[in-house]
Ligand binder design. Structure first.
Ligand SMILES: [Zn+2]
Length: 185
């Protein structure tokens, strides 16, 4: 039996209680302590449509829907282009990223191969084809990008590219012609 939760019908930031045992579940929690993601279903508009999760406390399966309303504002701020021609599907894809309608920089997404799954075995559970690393290079710009903007961008990327977790997005910027790592988000 799959229990259903529709976030559009719940007030707040997307937190909800497990329909069976009542444990508090937050979609922003990426630790997998409270719940485990079983499947992410992406809609035709490329946005997260449904998430199938398992509550780790009572083991029930929950279908979570209604992300559009919750994430609409963030999704609208960040635009990620379709795969650019230098992409190698399943291995590495390249995209342009825009923020608030302005060009931000280049994005490279890397997808786990058999070797990666083996190499990471003790550190984390990876599946072949899952995105596991993102590299963003922010082009030279007049105004510094705010930390909160970078955080929003990282969140949008995690929702778009299945498998990405916190600290998987490496953000660098070009400043006076040289590239500097800003951090992992
Ligand atoms: Zn539960």
């Amino acid at each position: 039996m799959i229990r259903k939760v529709n976030l559009a019908k719940i007030e707040g930031e997307g937190d909800f209680s497990c329909p069976k045992c009542g444990v508090k579940i937050s979609p922003e929690d990426e630790t997998e302590n409270i719940y485990t993601i079983q499947e992410s279903i992406i809609g035709e508009d490329d946005h997260l449509k449904e998430l199938i999760i398992r509550c780790n406390k009572c083991n029930s399966t929950i279908s979570v829907e209604g992300f559009d309303a919750l994430f609409e504002e963030e999704n609208q701020r960040i635009e990620i282009s379709k795969e650019l021609s230098d992409s190698i599907p399943g291995f590495r894809t390249c995209h342009d990223v825009m923020i608030d309608g302005q060009y931000l920089g280049k994005l490279v997404v890397e997808y786990a191969q058999k070797e990666d799954v083996k190499a990471f075995k003790r550190l984390r559970k990876l599946h072949v084809g899952d995105a596991f690393k993102c590299l963003i290079t922010i082009s030279e710009r007049d105004t510094e990008l705010k930390e909160e903007d970078i955080l929003v961008m990282a969140k949008v990327l995690r929702r778009k590219f299945k498998g990405l977790k916190a600290k998987d997005t490496y953000v660098s910027e070009i400043r006076e012609g040289s590239k500097k790592l800003l951090g992992k988000y």
